[in-house]
Design a protein around this ligand. Structure first.
Ligand code: TYD
Length: 209
């Protein structure tokens, strides 16, 4: 496809949206057509049900994790077909805030199924693979401090839970690097600065060429 597909992953508070906004600004200044998307999409019934569950669930057990796994797949398939692929076909760089590595990390917190979920996604031919993955692997303590400043929190956003999610994130990214060599992985483990944003924007410009 003519465009390029860049995915941003990391726990809540790791700085994905700030990073995406900063990169989008730099790409726009360089005349690169860019579209910002996020998952859950907020545009499907499945994503509205996901939001309802995240807002109201007091605990995430295996049953709720299973429901969320199904709902995220439905929402993601819609996103690929109706937003990501059309944007790529018209030559855009797509910057996506969360994709299936989030599912591997979040929906396995109680089941330990991280790598099985990843394998299912890698085996599923409907799932478009990104050209690059930016993994914001910020220490959980810093992420939690940032979250404390926000008002609306969901069921995943306690420190213990985020620690568990962070561990699963790292495992999923490691495995992805081993099994999907065509995906360029950029991992950043510190608080991002303008120079990181410049480097990431340059990396994306490099992929477009
Ligand atoms: P996000 O939009 O990043 O959070 P916020 O609304 O605070 O900006 O993500 C919403 C929540 O959805 C977040 O807690 C992570 C969770 N999530 C999953 O559990 N699985 C997934 O596959 C995705 C994409 C998100």
């Amino acid at each position: 496809m003519p465009g390029k597909f860049i995915v941003f992953e990391g726990i809540d508070g790791s700085g994905k949206s700030t990073t995406i906004a900063a990169i989008a600004e730099r790409l726009a200044a360089a005349g690169v057509k860019t579209i910002q998307l996020r998952e859950p999409t907020e545009k499907t019934d499945a994503s509205r049900e996901i939001r309802r569950i995240l807002r109201t669930a007091t605990k995430i057990d295996a049953k709720v994790s299973g429901d969320l796994l199904d709902l995220f797949l439905i929402d993601r398939l819609w996103d690929i077909k109706h937003q990501i692929e059309p944007a790529l076909s018209s030559g855009n760089v797509v910057l996506l805030d969360r994709y299936f590595i989030s599912t591997c990390a979040y929906q396995s917190a109680d089941t330990g199924e991280t790598l099985n979920i990843l394998q299912k996604y890698l085996d599923d031919t409907r799932i478009l693979r990104p050209d690059a993955l930016v993994f914001l692997n910020l220490p959980t303590k810093i992420a939690v401090r940032r979250l404390a400043d926000r008002s609306a929190r969901d069921v995943f956003e306690t420190e213990t839970r985020l620690e568990a999610i962070a561990t699963r994130y790292a495992a999923a990214v490691r495995r992805l690097q081993e099994s999907a060599h065509e995906i360029k992985v950029h991992e950043i483990s510190h608080e991002l600065t303008n120079s990181d944003f410049d480097t990431l924007a340059d990396m994306i410009k490099g992929i477009i060429k």
